[in-house]
Design a protein around this ligand. Structure first.
Ligand SMILES: *Cc1c(COP(=O)(O)O)cnc(C)c1O
Length: 459
């Protein structure tokens, strides 16, 4: 910030923001009328806005600040690396110590059969890389027709052309004439919203078998990969029924199709295991990573590549004509490596599995008794609750999405950042959250649910 902008008051900053800044996923006109919230600083699990209001950030930014805010050691690493080598690329047969160290660390924490990583700047770029790498793999294998991706409705895989096409968000497809050809979507394993009268187990099997039906429809020889988040994040923290992933595994074992597990949210400890793939016992061929990789301190993403694909590309592939100026950026790589060492040295992943995860899930489920809440679900330090006007029928308020927005705004105004996806409230707090802070999160959530129920005339 320049001295000039520092001297401005909040209203003046909001006016400049409206005049010059187009925000992501935002109705520009509406935001211009309301004015953006100005966030000023952060520490641990808390944020402060420019007017001094303190908020518990139960979303860890955008699901990414796993080690919490205010880590001076990460700032020191960046400062040191910027002075020594602020930038150099990894094109043209060059490398540097930070990217070597980060690659080694990633190979250490990812599943045994994954020993290589391709770097990029974000989760979206990771999924663009996935699209090209999978198609390249099948070309090298001499099966140029195996190019179609099967993804899922309401999946989130980023906002670039390939990312949004792989994703299954209709409202994103509408902007930019997506998806691009060669990407198809099957139903999601969202029992609460779509399971009807079936049990979650029955519905989970049915959702998984949609994959087999699609493979048979397209022909195994035309399908290159199935891509999925272990738990859908942006779609509403959709934890699949227990029957889902074992059935998907059975199907993928039967056909020669690559498995891409998008670990951008679940990776780096969110579920209490290092990766969602560990939690569900999956054996991915490719894993896009970002977010928790650097805890959001600097932008960096990557695709972790399993032995089957890596060996083919290395031994038979020749040059892979793909890369980014910032692939393996030294400062981002140094910070990401230091971030992984924090997760390791402080035992944060085990702590989520053994202590804070079970504690949050136990307390979070208390909210199921609230008159507005139709379902509470979650794993480790990620969770969702469904707002309903009829618990038994699992129906929504008429004005879809309004209950969520009302609740989200009460949260904001009462010191809690909880996100709304339609009428689904979601949380994904920093992995450093303490039990006392979890208690605070639950008390605030309860209070805001009460305010929401009153505002909607339910109690
Ligand atoms: C956030 C996200 C992405 C996109 O990452 P960006 O860094 O925003 O490009 C991709 N996949 C999943 C599962 C995500 O949650």
């Amino acid at each position: 910030m320049t001295t000039e902008t520092k001297a401005l008051d909040t209203a003046q900053l909001q006016a400049l923001d409206r005049d010059h800044h187009l925000h992501p996923f935002t109705d520009f006109k509406q935001l211009g009328e309301e004015g953006a919230r100005v966030i000023e600083r952060a520490e641990g699990v808390y944020l402060w806005d420019r007017d001094g209001n303190k908020m518990l950030d139960a979303m860890a930014g955008l699901w990414c600040v796993n080690v919490g805010y205010g880590r001076k050691e990460l700032a020191d690493v960046a400062f040191q690396q910027m002075q020594q080598l602020p930038y150099y690329n990894a094109f043209f047969k060059t490398t540097h110590e930070p990217v070597v160290e980060l690659s080694r660390l990633i190979a250490e924490v990812t599943p045994e059969h994954m020993q290589h990583v391709f770097f990029c700047g974000s989760g979206s770029e990771a999924n663009d890389t996935v699209l090209r790498m999978v198609r390249r793999y099948w070309d090298v294998k001499g099966k140029p027709n195996k190019k179609t991706f099967i993804s899922r409705v309401n999946a989130y895989h980023g906002s670039t052309v390939a990312g949004a096409s792989l994703g299954g968000m209709k409202y994103m497809h509408e902007h930019g004439d997506l998806p691009i050809p060669g990407i198809v979507h099957i139903p999601q394993p969202y029992w609460y919203g779509e399971g009807g009268d079936q049990t979650p187990e029955e519905f989970g099997l049915q959702a998984a078998r949609a994959l087999e039906a699609k493979i048979l429809e397209l022909g195994e020889d035309n399908v290159g990969a199935f891509i999925a988040e272990p738990i859908q994040g942006a779609g509403g923290v959709i934890v699949p029924p227990d029957s889902y992933w074992p059935e998907i595994k059975r199907i993928l074992d039967k056909y020669e199709i690559l498995l891409v597990v998008d670990e951008v949210i679940c990776g780096f400890g969110r579920t209490g295991e290092w990766f969602g793939s560990d939690y569900y016992g999956l054996k991915p061929d490719l894993m896009p990573i970002a977010k928790g990789l650097s805890s959001g301190y600097l932008p960096i993403g990557g695709v972790v590549v399993g032995d089957r694909v890596a060996k083919t590309l290395i031994d038979e592939g020749g040059e892979f004509n793909h890369g980014y100026t910032y692939s393996g950026h030294p400062v981002a790589a140094a910070v990401a490596a230091a971030n992984i060492r924090i997760l390791q040295n402080e035992g944060l992943v085990d702590r989520v599995r053994d202590e804070t995860g079970p504690y949050l899930q136990q307390r979070w489920r208390e909210l199921a008794d609230h008159p507005l809440v139709g379902e509470v679900r979650g794993v480790g330090l990620v969770g969702a609750l469904e707002l309903t006007n009829d618990k038994a029928a699992r129906t929504r308020f008429d004005d879809k999405g309004k209950a969520g927005t009302v609740c989200r705004d009460f949260c904001f105004n009462n010191g809690l950042i909880m996100r709304a996806t339609g009428d689904t409230m979601i949380i994904s707090p920093p992995l450093v959250i303490s039990k006392e802070e979890i208690d605070e999160l639950i008390e605030k959530a309860k209070y805001c649910l009460d305010l929401t129920a009153k505002a909607l005339g339910v109690i």
